[in-house]
Design a protein around this ligand. Structure first.
Ligand code: DGL
Length: 262
């Protein structure tokens, strides 16, 4: 089974993109809402949370794990790959490939949590694949709580977005990486504020594409499932009303969130 985790509901944008690309593939999702947001935490704490999440997903039958969180991928992916033998797909790798190809003038913006921006992972990877590109990044720590509160259409959210995106405007970027899996939920608001000429690269969609490529090359994964494993399950370490509404909205159907102590 495919295990997917995030600090909260943001990773459900990855899970939905996987469902759209591979409809026959059930998932085990874990949203660590009791410890969200990860993006404002230290590398040590984020890594500890990731290990706990992966252990839980393995216990539930995961044989591949998707880190559906940029903060976790940027901080811990390499350590986790050394520690676990199962394949680990992360949101950053495929996003870098896509952004490097999509940018016409090589002026690329990145928005993400503090942890993702602090790691400089996108800068390092982008300059490896496209050495001449110019990169501007912006940490947006208020966006994850706004999304988790379901404040998507509020004036305050629009105002904060304008403030965060203004410096990237100044850099005349032609491509903007949505370097947090919560941000596709703000995609239309971001596009309207950064301008329609700027191409948005969505890390959730890219992670799903990367997983599909991996599964196409490894068809044995995902076969031989027991009857019990043929259904997606969604676990959370805490649950609130806004989060339930968002989960239902992302999938376009009621999602049963199972609360677990992880
Ligand atoms: N969706 C996570 C990400 O992609 C959110 C991080 C957080 O919890 O701060 O970075």
């Amino acid at each position: 089974m495919i295990g997917v985790f995030d600090s909260g509901v943001g990773g459900m944008t990855v899970a939905k993109a996987i469902e759209d690309l591979c409809p026959q593939l059930p998932l085990i999702y874990f949203g660590d809402l009791a410890r969200s947001p990860y993006g404002s935490k230290s590398s040590e704490v984020i890594t500890t949370c990731c290990c706990r999440n992966i252990d839980f997903l393995i216990q539930q039958g995961a044989t591949v794990v998707v880190i559906a969180c940029n903060s976790a991928a940027a901080t811990a992916a390499e350590t986790l790959r050394r520690q676990y033998t199962l394949p680990i797909i992360d949101v950053v790798t495929a996003t870098v490939e896509k952004a490097a190809m999509a940018s016409t003038a090589g002026r690329i913006g990145i928005i993400g949590t503090r942890a993702t921006i602090r790691s400089k992972i996108y800068e390092a990877r982008l300059t490896t694949v496209r050495p001449a590109c110019r990169i501007a990044s912006q940490a947006c720590p208020l966006l994850v709580p706004l999304v988790e509160e379901d404040w998507l259409g509020k004036q305050e959210t629009k105002m904060i977005l304008r403030r965060y995106l203004y410096p990237l405007h100044q850099h005349q970027i032609d491509t903007l990486i949505l370097g947090c899996t919560h941000y596709p939920l703000l995609g239309d608001l971001i596009q309207a504020r950064i301008g329609k000429k700027v191409r948005l690269v969505d890390s959730s969609a890219e992670a799903a594409r990367h997983l599909k490529e991996f599964l196409d090359k490894n068809p044995e994964i995902g076969s031989n499932m027991t009857e019990h494993e043929r259904q997606s399950r969604f676990f959370v370490s805490d649950s609130t009303g806004p989060v339930q509404r968002l989960a239902d909205r992302i999938f376009g159907r009621p999602i049963y969130l199972e609360k677990v102590d992880v």
